[in-house]
Design a protein around this ligand. Structure first.
Ligand SMILES: C[S@@+](CC[C@H](N)C(=O)[O-])C[C@H]1O[C@@H](n2cnc3c(N)ncnc32)[C@H](O)[C@@H]1O
Length: 227
């Protein structure tokens, strides 16, 4: 084990003062199901987890896992990797995976930046970043998930032609992300008209956070292609 500090800033908790207690059923799933569907640590070619997967998707910060599980149920031919540091969120996601008997989801409780660093280059078809912690104060912008080095890691992990969907209901975070993604030579913004970022894409599933309407604008859907 290296004692080197991680290359990125440490993960900070946004807006969660206190974790809810884990219910007995969730505790049972954390013991039994979580190890079976864990994303293994260390260098990873995700195709090894489901060699017949039509596509491999990654959802960063899945919260309670509703979107991840909903997409996995819709598309049993895919493999969906989900990463979420918050234990209550992981416990909730395990319940969704169990109830829908999904066998195409793999989960890591942790920091997506570490998973991205371990993934084989060009191994993902899609990345979803849905309502990331907004960190609206200027002095906290450096804590946002979307930073130039993170964009580079998305580019490495995605196949050419792969897609990244970023959704936020904070106007400044949309501007922030657009500015940085447009500077990246690795991505192309797919919007042609305002409707493309204002109207949810046909395959979007509403997330739990989205329903809370905590931001300062209606959700903005930014879809990028890895060139
Ligand atoms: C505002 S919540 C949105 C959750 C969910 N996507 C939704 O829309 O309901 C943002 C989530 O991102 C997670 N998160 C923050 N930093 C992360 C990181 N570095 N890697 C993975 N998840 C992260 C948080 O724990 C939190 O659950």
């Amino acid at each position: 084990m290296s004692d080197d500090p991680p290359a990125h800033a440490p993960l900070r908790t946004y807006g969660r003062i206190k974790a809810r207690p884990i219910k007995p059923r969730q505790a049972q799933l954390l013991d039994s199901l979580a190890p079976r569907i864990a994303i293994p640590s260390g260098p990873l070619n995700p195709r090894d987890l489901k060699p017949d997967a039509a596509e491999i998707w990654l959802e960063i910060g899945f919260g309670g896992g509703e979107h991840m599980a909903g997409q996995a149920a819709r598309r049993p031919d895919l493999l969906i990797l989900g990463v979420e540091p918050f234990l209550n969120g992981v416990a909730s996601a395990l319940r969704h995976v169990d109830e829908a008997a999904l066998d195409n989801v793999r989960v890591r409780q942790g920091d997506a930046r570490e998973v991205l660093a371990d993934l084989a280059p060009a191994s993902l078809d899609r990345i979803f970043i849905l309502f990331p912690d907004p960190w609206p104060k200027t002095r906290h912008h450096k804590r946002r998930l979307v930073q130039t080095d993170a964009i580079d890691s998305f580019a490495v992990a995605l196949k050419p032609g792969g897609r990244l969907r970023f959704v936020t209901d904070w106007s400044n975070y949309a501007d922030w992300t657009l500015e940085r993604m447009l500077k990246s030579p690795d991505f192309r913004w797919l919007a042609r008209a305002a409707v493309d970022w204002r109207v949810p894409p046909a395959d979007h599933l509403t997330t739990r956070y989205e329903t809370k309407r905590l931001g300062d604008c209606a959700p903005i859907f930014l879809e990028f292609e890895r060139v």
